[in-house]
Design a protein around this ligand. Structure first.
Ligand SMILES: NC(=O)c1ccc[n+]([C@@H]2O[C@H](COP(=O)([O-])OP(=O)(O)OC[C@H]3O[C@@H](n4cnc5c(N)ncnc54)[C@H](OP(=O)(O)O)[C@@H]3O)[C@@H](O)[C@H]2O)c1
Length: 340
């Protein structure tokens, strides 16, 4: 009989945590036991998984992770930092969705389609799951990178409300009903009203006038590709979409690449679905991509502003491939490699 694993989800009540539960069930993940953790807000509540009810336990320091093999953590960077020792001290592999350790040298940062091998070297027992926008962008541009190294990426993101968590998505839904009934809008989760608006700020501004989210795309891309030549200039925008992020991407390769080679590479790339037929108005859109696994690519064309440029549009469900699915795929990769 094939091996089964004791699994924990930290942050089980959240947007990403709930997606973990759906994915572990849908993908028939080899689970021997499943434990769920949260704060005082959700501890004691019960969640149905497969045919049983599982009570959410309070996350606390101690030996609760003694028998856990794999811990999927998605409760924010502060929680990951505070509880990493508790989670990993008895040998559990912590696959962390937060930004807490992503840029630490002794923590691999992994997109399985791009650098799965890196997950095998994890001196602290922690594997970083990259930022959702970085995962999606790298799955989409990796087929081009394999033809010729990419030197520059310019990207503009269109990020959905749920990227900021379950309560941010609920706020956009509330704004829709408040607007329809003529009531004043509740604005708590974002710096401005999101409904009927675009907010060109995701996360806080840094000294160089980029936001933290934009610099994550710069730094994480270089780490995942092991390439310090590549430069990424991002503008991240929050849009009034409930779920699934979109990105307009312009890449410049080291040598010119043939667009038909890129198209062929996209058609066979792992994790990518090419949806690109302008004559039929076929291109990826968040409405259609929400809830699905692949990174969709469309509007693929030669960039008329650069002899080595390719431009494309990509859409992906950031709670799935941008978070929970990528983490589950890392675990599945390690299982296939008999490395866990
Ligand atoms: N949403 C996305 O698209 C996305 C994408 C990529 C990465 N991420 C990352 O994933 C993480 C979770 O995001 P989310 O969107 O799922 O947020 P969320 O919907 O706000 O959920 C947050 C989760 O964290 C738990 N939590 C908070 N404080 C805790 C504590 N002290 N101890 C234990 N659990 C605690 C909450 O449990 P209680 O309900 O019990 O408080 C809840 O389950 C964040 O680091 C985020 O940056 C999110």
């Amino acid at each position: 009989m094939s091996k089964k694993y004791n699994v924990a989800i930290v942050g089980a009540s959240g947007a990403v945590g709930r997606e973990f539960l759906r994915l572990l069930h849908q993908r028939d993940f080899p689970i021997a036991s499943l434990r769920l953790f949260g704060s005082e807000r959700s501890a004691g509540k019960k969640i149905i998984f497969r045919d049983s009810e599982i009570e959410i336990e309070l996350l606390k320091e101690g030996d609760d992770f003694k028998d856990i093999d794999i811990a999927f953590t998605s409760a924010g960077a502060g929680v990951s930092k505070k509880f990493a020792d508790t989670i990993t001290r008895h040998g559990a592999v912590m696959i962390d969705n937060s930004s807490a350790f992503r840029m630490d040298e002794d923590v691999p940062l992994v997109v399985p389609e791009v650098n799965g091998e890196d997950a095998k070297h994890r001196p602290r027992g922690i594997i970083g799951n990259p930022n959702c926008t970085t995962i999606q962008m790298l799955v989409a541009v990796n087929p081009i990178y394999k033809i010729s190294p990419i030197l520059k990426i310019r990207v503009s993101t269109y990020q959905s409300a749920s990227g900021a968590g379950a309560s941010a998505m609920a706020e956009l839904e509330k704004q829709i009903s408040q607007y329809a009934s003529g009531s004043p809008l509740t604005v708590e989760k974002f710096p401005h009203q999101l409904l009927l608006n675009l907010i060109p700020q995701v996360d806080i501004f840094l000294d160089n006038d980029y936001t933290k989210e934009e610099m994550k795309m710069y730094n994480e891309t270089r780490k995942i590709l092991h390439d310090d030549r590549i430069e990424v200039s991002a503008t991240c925008v929050r849009v009034p979409v409930l779920r699934a992020h979109s990105e307009a991407i312009w890449v410049e390769t080291e040598s010119p690449v043939d667009i038909s080679d890129v198209r062929r590479a996209m058609e066979s790339a792992e994790g990518v679905v090419l949806a690109d037929n302008p004559a039929e108005a076929l291109y990826p859109m968040p409405f259609a991509a929400a809830g699905s696994d692949p990174v969709f690519v469309g509007r693929l064309r030669k960039d008329i502003a650069s002899p080595t440029g390719i431009t494309l549009w990509t859409v992906g469900d950031q709670i799935r491939k941008g978070a929970a699915l990528n983490a589950v795929q890392i675990a599945e990769y390690l299982i296939r490699q008999k490395n866990i």
